[in-house]
Design a protein around this ligand. Structure first.
Ligand code: GDP
Ligand code: IMO
Ligand code: MG
Length: 434
């Protein structure tokens, strides 16, 4: 008998991805806001309220934590995928904050039944684990319960969004709490040690759960795949950055998810073949919050100048961000790992009027690929003269000073990828499409 060829229909819509190429805070939120108009939906695939994505709309600064940055633009849907972990109470607060600005969230937000919930015990454990570490060992987490929640997901004891409708929710919640409290007790940590009030947080958790019951909790993977089959394209919004990836980042000083490209398929339930463009965002320099090796860190006046001019303070925790020169070896690593097709360089305006600007690579044997332990590398600095004029009003590449173009050419040439967008200020209109 003949095996007939079926007329297999490939989805006509595609998933474009936007990923942070450094240690987070590259300006992803702003760029998603700029690109969002070209899509039917924006989807978050990993991380949780450890993220802080800032959008500056006129004089209004909006910071999003788990809701995709597409929520600000009317007419497109927003998905929170299964790869995200969320605190019901913090999500309630985030929704209410947006509603106060007059935005319709209810009809445009779709939350995966498979996304895991962060319970108060997991927040307590996050804090306790940091508390018992020596100052050298501390990760400097955002203390939002991210690590312990992904841990529960992997050991198959976690609570998922679908559980907010389950009759045994309380029983399962109690078991998680009991088990985690036992563990924390064995570390000798008390709530007062870490400024934590369990009964208050528990009350808030169930308040959040009750609130979210009236929201659209659905199979986000099914919904996205349906969109794709109808020719509707989606933008996947990365959180954190490649160097914070649990597998490919600067372990153990990382987050507990996969913010790099692999996380898109697992965190949304979409096929690798549906991915088309991969936008990778890098700052024109480097920042990092939390601990861990940072080869190009400038623990000096220049670092302070970047922090001040770039307003480099955490959007989620308010902590000062560590600042340093752009690390080309790490950037090329992130470009290759994620298969970046379009490079976005942000915050270039911060470096204007600097006398000298440096780009760094590593000496051999790490020139081509960074070692897993970044504290081992020796830096090679390439110095470029800066430029004098302000670029914040520039609308095209031709308006940019030659000194800057030389730097951008070096980045492209070293990373072997073309720059598609240059961000010259925090506002949505301060971006140059190349
Ligand atoms: P995200 O986590 O990657 O979305 O980035 P954050 O919002 O945490 O941090 C980026 C910060 O830089 C925010 O305060 C933005 O408003 C701001 N920002 C984004 N792009 C630019 C830019 O091109 N120039 C300047 N000066 N600020 C920018
Ligand atoms: P966005 O999406 C910058 C860092 C924390 C810490 C490490 C682990 O705004 O770019 P966690 O709480 O995740 O267990 O902390 O990861 N971190 C971020 N740094 N931007 C973020 O998100 C981050 N999310 C986590 O500072 O070093
Ligand atoms: Mg951020």
């Amino acid at each position: 008998m003949e095996l007939k060829k079926i007329n297999s229909k490939k989805s006509s819509g595609s998933v474009d991805v936007l990923i942070g190429l450094q240690w987070g805070d590259e300006g992803k939120g702003k760029i998603v806001d700029v690109l969002a108009l070209g899509y039917k939906a924006v989807a978050r695939f990993s991380g949780g309220p450890n993220a802080g994505h800032t959008l500056l709309i006129g004089d209004k600064e909006i910071i999003l934590h788990v809701i995709p940055s597409g929520i600000i633009r009317t007419g497109l849907d927003n998905f929170i995928g299964n790869g995200v972990v969320l605190s019901p109470y913090l999500l309630k607060e985030e929704i209410e904050g947006l509603q106060k600005l007059g935005l319709d969230v209810k009809n445009r937000l779709f939350i995966s039944i498979r996304a895991h919930m962060i319970t108060p015990a997991q927040v307590f454990l996050d804090k306790a684990l940091e508390y018992i570490k020596s100052s050298k060992e501390k990760i400097g987490t955002t203390q939002k319960g991210i690590g312990p929640t992904y841990e529960s997901k992997i050991n198959r004891s976690g609570l998922r969004m679908e559980d907010i409708f389950a009759t045994n929710l309380q029983k399962r919640y109690d078991k998680i709490e009991r088990d985690i409290l036992k563990r924390i007790k064995s570390y000798g940590v008390k709530p007062s040690n870490v400024d934590f009030n369990l009964s208050e947080e528990k009350k808030k958790f169930f308040e959040g759960v009750k609130f979210l019951r009236s929201y659209e909790i659905c199979d986000v993977s099914e919904k996205i795949n349906k969109y794709l089959s109808m020719g509707k394209s989606i933008l996947a919004e990365g959180a954190q950055g490649t160097l914070l990836d649990i597998d490919h980042g600067s372990y153990p000083y990382v987050t507990s998810s996969n913010p790099s490209i692999g996380g898109v398929c697992t965190g949304l339930g979409v096929a690798a073949s549906s991915i088309d463009k991969v936008y990778g965002v890098t700052k024109a320099y480097t920042t990092r919050v939390g601990s861990g090796p940072f080869p190009t860190e400038l623990d000096c006046k220049i670092g302070e100048k970047i922090r001040k001019k770039g307003r480099e303070f955490g959007a989620t925790t308010g902590r000062p961000r560590r600042c340093g020169w752009l690390d080309l070896t790490l950037l090329r690593y992130a470009v290759i790992l994620n298969g970046v097709t379009d490079l976005v360089v942000s915050k270039i305006d911060v470096l204007e009027k600097f006398e000298k600007i440096k780009l760094c690579t590593y000496y051999n044997p790490y020139h081509n690929w960074p070692p897993s332990n970044l504290s081992k590398v020796n830096l090679k600095e390439i110095s470029f003269p800066g430029w004098k004029k302000s670029i914040q009003e520039s609308k095209s590449v031709s308006e940019l000073p030659d000194e800057l173009i030389i730097i951008l050419n070096k980045i492209q040439e070293f990373c072997q990828v073309n720059i598609s967008h240059i961000s010259v200020g925090a506002e949505r209109n301060q971006v140059i499409e190349v």
